[in-house]
Write a protein that binds this ligand. Structure first.
Ligand code: ASP
Length: 416
C-alpha cells in the first residue's frame, strides 16, 4: 500500500485560506508599504507557486511513460483473451471520449470563467489551432528524447505503447523485465503522493498570487466551475452508464447502482481507483456475477486506463481556464482536447489528485496559464473524490457489459 500524506484535505484547505487572507490583506490594504507587498508577491507567492508548478511538470513524462508501459504489458499478457481485450479497451476509450465531450458541451454552453478576467499570466501568444496534418504527424516522433523534452504527449504515448508491446514480447528473453516497469510505476505513484503532499504550500502561494493581483472575484467563477463539474459527473454516472448498460445488456439498472454503492463510497473516501481495486473486484464478482477471469483482467486495466471522471474534470478545467484567460477555443481545439483528455486519462496514475497533474499536459498544449492550476487544486478535494467514484463505476459497468457479451455473467448472482 502506498503511503498517503495525513490530513492532506484539511491542510490544503488551510493553505488555501491562508493564501486567501494574506492575498486579500495585501490587495485591499493601503497602509502597508509597497515594498513589502512586492516582496511577498515575488518571493513568496510567485517563487513558491513556480516551484510547485515545476514539480508537477517534472512528473508528467516519466509518470505517463511508466504508467502506460506497465499498463500495456499487463494488457498483452492476456493475448488469449484477445476478444475481451478488444471489447474492453474500445469500451473504455469510447466512454471516456463521451465523458469529455459531455463536459466540453456543458462547459461551452455555461462558460465558467467568462465573468473573470485575470491580469496575470496571459499566454505569450494566442494558441493557434494546429492543423489535422501536424496533429497526426506529431504522434510519430523522429526523436523520442526531443519529444519528451518538448512535452509532446501524443508522441510519448505512442512510444510508450510500442515500448510496452516490445517489452512484453521479449519477457521470455529478459527474465520478465516488464515486472521492473511495474515496480518503477509504483515508485512514481509514490512520487506523485510526495509532491502532492506539498500541495498545501503550493495552493497557499498560487491562491495568494491570484488574490494579490486581482482581488476575490475569482472565487465566484470557481464556484461555477465546481457546480458544472459536479453536474456533468452525475449525468455521466447515471445517464451515460445507464444508456450503455441498456444498449448492450438487459440487466437491471437499479440493481447495478445499488450494488455499486459500497464501491463508490470507498472510491469517494480514498480518492484512488487503485486503492479501490480490491473492493471493485469483490463487488463485480460476488454481487454482480462477473466471471472471475474477466473481472481480474477488466478491473485492474480499468483502474489504470479508464478514467471518465478525470477526463470530465480535465475538459471542464480547460474550458474554465481558457475562458478566464479570454480565449475562445476553436472546434479543432475542442477535438484536440477530447483526444488529449482520452490519452492523458489513460496515463493518469490511479491515486489522489493525479488528474490535476496530467491536466498540465492539456494546458501546456494550448499555451494556457499553468498558474490557474492553483484554483483547480484549491477546489479539487471534493471533486477528486467524486470523479474517482465515477471512474470506478465506469470500470464496473464495462466489466458487466463485457462479461455479459461473452456469456460470462451469472444473472442469478446479479439479480440476487
Ligand atoms: N483520483 C483519481 C483516481 O484514482 C485520479 C484523478 O483524477 O486524480 O481515479
Amino acid at each position: 500500500m502506498i503511503d498517503a500524506p495525513k490530513n492532506l484535505t484539511r491542510n490544503i484547505l488551510l493553505g488555501m485560506l491562508a493564501g486567501f487572507v494574506l492575498g486579500a490583506i495585501l490587495y485591499y490594504s493601503n497602509f502597508l508599504p509597497l515594498s513589502l507587498k512586492d516582496f511577498i508577491d515575488i518571493y513568496v507567492f510567485n517563487l513558491g507557486s513556480s516551484v510547485f508548478v515545476n514539480l508537477l511538470k517534472l512528473l508528467i513524462v516519466p509518470l505517463v511513460f511508466f504508467s502506460l508501459v506497465s499498463g500495456i504489458s499487463s494488457l498483452t499478457n492476456m493475448t488469449s483473451l484477445g476478444n475481451i481485450t478488444l471489447k474492453t479497451v474500445s469500451l473504455y476509450l469510447s466512454t471516456t471520449a463521451i465523458a469529455v465531450t459531455l463536459s466540453l458541451i456543458v462547459g461551452s454552453i455555461f462558460k465558467p470563467g467568462s465573468g473573470y478576467s485575470s491580469s496575470i499570466s496571459p499566454p505569450d501568444k494566442l494558441p493557434q489551432g494546429q492543423g489535422i496534418y501536424e496533429t497526426i504527424l506529431d504522434i510519430f516522433p523522429s526523436n523520442i528524447i526531443e519529444a519528451m523534452a518538448n512535452n509532446q504527449m501524443l508522441a510519448v504515448v505512442f512510444f510508450s505503447i510500442l515500448f510496452g508491446l516490445a517489452l512484453n514480447k521479449t519477457n521470455h528473453l529478459t527474465n520478465n523485465f516488464s515486472e521492473s516497469f511495474e515496480k518503477l510505476n509504483t515508485v512514481f505513484m509514490q512520487l506523485v503522493i510526495m509532491i502532492i503532499s506539498f500541495a498545501p504550500i503550493g495552493v497557499f502561494c498560487l491562491i495568494g498570487k491570484f488574490v494579490i493581483a486581482d482581488g476575490l472575484d475569482i472565487f465566484q467563477e470557481a464556484f461555477k466551475y465546481v457546480t458544472l463539474l459536479i453536474l456533468v459527473l452525475f449525468i455521466h454516472a447515471f445517464v451515460t452508464y445507464s444508456l450503455i448498460l441498456k444498449m448492450f445488456t438487459n440487466l437491471s439498472l437499479l440493481t447495478f447502482f445499488k450494488k455499486m454503492r459500497e464501491v463508490a463510497i470507498f472510491a469517494f473516501s480514498t480518492s484512488s481507483s487503485a486503492a479501490t481495486i480490491p473492493v471493485t473486484l469483490k463487488t463485480v464478482q460476488d454481487s454482480l456475477g462477473v466471471n472471475k477471469n474477466v473481472a481480474s483482467f477488466v478491473i485492474p486495466v480499468g483502474a489504470t486506463i479508464n478514467m471518465d471522471g478525470t477526463a470530465i474534470m480535465q475538459g471542464m478545467a480547460t474550458v474554465f481556464i481558457a475562458q478566464m484567460s479570454g480565449i475562445d477555443l476553436s472546434l479543432i481545439q475542442y477535438i484536440q482536447v477530447v483526444i488529449l483528455a482520452v490519452v492523458t486519462s489513460i496515463g493518469t496514475a490511479a491515486v489522489p489528485s493525479a488528474g490535476t497533474i496530467t491536466l498540465v499536459i492539456i494546458l501546456q498544449q494550448f499555451g494556457l496559464p499553468l498558474e490557474a492550476i492553483g484554483i483547480i487544486l484549491a477546489v479539487d478535494r471534493i471533486l477528486d473524490m467524486l470523479r474517482t467514484s465515477v471512474n470506478v463505476t465506469g470500470d464496473a459497468a464495462v466489466a458487466c457489459i463485457v462479461a455479459n457479451s461473452e456469456g460470462l455473467l451469472d444473472k442469478n448472482i446479479y439479480n440476487k
